[in-house]
Every structure is written in structure tokens, then in C-alpha cells.
Design a protein around this ligand. Sequence first.
Ligand SMILES: O=C(O)c1cccc(O)c1O
Length: 531
Amino acid sequence: MLDGCVPWPGELAERYRAEGYWSGRPLDVLLSEGARQHPSRTALVDADGSRWTYAELDEWASRLAAGLAETGLRPGERVVVQLPNVPEFVALFFGFLRAGVLPVLALPAHRESEIVPLCELSEAAAYVIADSDGAGYDYRELARTVGEAVPSVRHVFVVGEPAEFRPLPSASPGPPVSVDPSDVALFLLSGGTTGTPKLIPRTHQDYLYNARASAAVSGFSADTRYLVALPAAHNFALASPGLLGAVAAGGTVVLAPDPSADTAFELIERERVTVTAVVPPVALLWMDAAGFMDEDLSSLRLLQVGGAKLSAEPASRVRSALGCDLQQVFGMAEGLLNFTRLDDPDELKITTQGRPLCPADEVLVVNPEGDPVAPGESGELLTRGPYTLRGYFRAEQHNARSFTPDGFYRSGDVVRVLPSGHLVVEGRVKDQINRGGEKIPAEELENHLLAHPAVHDAAVVGMPDEVMGERTCAFLVVRGEAPTLREVTAFLRERGVAAYKLPDRLEVLDGFPLTKVGKVSKVALAQRIAG
Ligand SMILES: O=C(O)c1cccc(O)c1O
């Protein structure tokens, strides 16, 4: 496995192969087999209505792969990719797989303070952007900063107007590069809890299983028309089952530039979309909007909701509001995916976050001492399995804390397991805010706040919110005059912090409540803001 990654131990690897979860095939077979078996079916549709068949997408991916190689990118090198939901994302994703070059999938919302450390940590050889986000943000500015800050970045490729950079490369397809299916195919980003980004290596065969098994459990078929409403770089929209699951099933991927009801409903009607995946705040907005908008949503069969916990009340209204079935998905880019099953009783679909995808997923629920709790009691979810990472990339110290000695990933989520095996998410032990599915590492934001000259100490906690589940509250102890929320967010933006990480509220205290051992008590702060 690529240097800096942690392989599965031989015994488990043997079992995953023997039981058929690992097929020994490269991830790219999703597209190459589709192109062979049904070349003229529609694989991809963009927001403007441009369409690509499987054969056309396959050809495009091969030309991109050849172009990447011709530019001098070598197998195993990393490229940070930051694209909105454009067709180039899909073609390039497969192009990277074919060239053996490893995409590091950043989100469009990321800014300098996320992208620079990512490029550094991955020693990225290139950076791929769109010219703009359609709302006035120019990624080429960010690319200039990255180019100056990170010497490993040799090329910047731009979808749209390249300015001084390069357009996406393209060349006549050469002989395929052979890849080891047990090696890394791509890197996903962790939501994280610390000040530095974490990279999740996903191997060809683990991600292939992830996409195919998810597609099966969600009933994907050749008739599936999947709307990519979340960012395509998100594990949920990419492979749970996401766009890769739709390709695995020989279905059609429809790209939405944003998840607003205006955009999504129009695409659902126009393309007869059958399934999509959203975070809870979007589900709430769609359910309201369906009451007064008149697009025809009757093609929609399944709404997947995940990223944060969907409360039972809105969950119970999905069918009447949108005329489709609900599937709750509790997943993590690190691996383990839980789905409610299409034939589960309504009670489980509404009140649980699903059960593990794979029979070989191992789930342990432990108390703070690390001992298993009694069945049905809540505790931290630990997991290992055929598609769950064994370590973050180049993060030895962090890995020592994030995994048990026998290789279970400590998810930081607090769950309880029902007799049926379904999980109910009850909270978390990790120091992170989940703002409507967007994960904000508290320590990272605190570090940025501490850089403000008027800030003596900072503690970031979630505050309950009807729509977002949580919003972000920054508690500060200040020197001299307290800055306003507006001043603080302007300061954070200036530092290149992504907009979704900006605090929603500021509270200034004389000092922080402490725990018995003298640490800042986030529990006390959270109780204070909840009140
Ligand atoms: O990261 C997540 O929250 C998530 C949610 C649903 C499905 C997934 O694959 C995820 O990674």
C-alpha cells in the first residue's frame, strides 16, 4: 500500500477476499464495464441538459487520463480536486483512476485555510479548480495562493477560463496503466476534530464494494436516475450509493449545481429523477417547498437523508410531503455505512439511522473506559470492516488515538443498537459541531479565533437549532474591548476559513467553566448556550 497508509492485517484481508467483499478489481471497472455492456445508455446529464452516454463518458475519461500522463503526472501522485457538480468532475474522477493518479477530494466551500494544508499534507503535484463557483468566488485567486505556498504543486488545471493556468489536459488514449486493486484509489477528507486536516485513503476494491453494495441495498438499477444534490466530492453523494452507485447499476447521473428546491425540483421534473441524497436541513426545506411549488416530483421514489440525524417528526412526514420513501443513512467517509432497508417497517425507517451495510462490518459500543456496554445501552461506536480505513494518511500520532490496538476506528459517535441491529444516533464524544451535515472541528476554529489580537481564550460548542440541528457558538475570553460577531467573522474570512465554519453566535465570558481536572468544560458551555 502507498507509503503513509495502514493496510488491513493479512488475516482479515484474507477473510474479506474469501467472503467476496474484495473482488480484486480496480474501481474504474464501474465505468469500463458499463461502457462495454450498455454503451448507448445515458450515463450523465448536467444542469444545462447536456448528455453523455456510457461510451462517451468512457472515451472522455480515457482522454483525460492520457492527458494527465502526458502532463507528467505519474501513478501514485496526488492531485487536490476542488470542483462543483460539473460533468468534468465525473469524467476526471474516472480519468484519475485510469491514470493511477490519486484525487484528493476537497469541497467547493473550502478556502485557503483548508486547501493549503491539504496540498501540503498530500504533497499534491497538481490542483484542479473551476474558474468560479457561479456566485462570484474566483478559485484562480486561491490557486495563486496555493501556487506560492506549496512548492510540490506543479500544475493548476481549470475548468472554464484558465487565465495563466492550464485547461484540463486531453490526449489520445494510450495503453491502460495497471493499478493494484488493494492499493489507494482516492483520498476523502475527514470531518475531523483537530486543527489539521485528515486524509482518508480509500482503496480500489474497498470503494468498489462500498459503491456496489450500497447500490444494491438502495435498490439501484438501470432505471435509476440519481440526482447529485450534495457536493459530488462528499462520500454520501459519491458512493453511498451516490453517483458511483448509479454508474455501477447502469443508471443515469444527473448533476445539480446546488441543493435548493428551485434547482432540484426543476431537475427532478425534467429528468424524471428517481432518487437523491440530502442532509436534514435540505430535507426540511424540500418538504416545505413541495407544498407551494408545482413541479412534478412523482418520479421520485426514494429520498436518502444523512450527514446529521434526522428527527423522527420530519422523518415521519417525508412520504406525505414528497410522495417518496425515506432511507436514513448514517455514514462516515472513514468507511462504515448504515442504511435503513427498503423493506424495513416504517417504525425503523423513521426512528433509526439504519444498520451496517456489510455482514463483515464489526460494530462495538463502548463506555468511556473502552469496555463494551450492555446490549441496548448507549456508548461510543467503534468499527472495523472491509471498507473502513485502518489509519489516516501520514498521521501516525493521530492514528494511535483514533484506532484501538486491534484496529477498530473510534468514530466519536454515541449510538445505541436495537435488537434488529439498527443504530440510533444519540450524540457524539468527539469535539466537533455538526452544522446541518457540515462537520466543524472545534479545535481548528478555536485556533483561528486565538489568532485574533483581542482573543485571550476561545471555546467553540454547538447550540441546538431547529433546522440545522446545531449551529456554532464561539465563547471568548477577551483582552480589552470585545470584538463583535461581524468583526470576528471578517477576521476568519480574511484567514481563509470556509464560510460554513464561521460562528453563528459569539458569547463573551470573564472566564470559562472548568472540569474537575481543570480543562475547559464544553459540557457546561453547551448547557449554558442551550439554555
Ligand atoms: O460523512 C457523513 O456524514 C456521511 C453521511 C451519509 C453517508 C455518507 O457516506 C457519509 O460519509
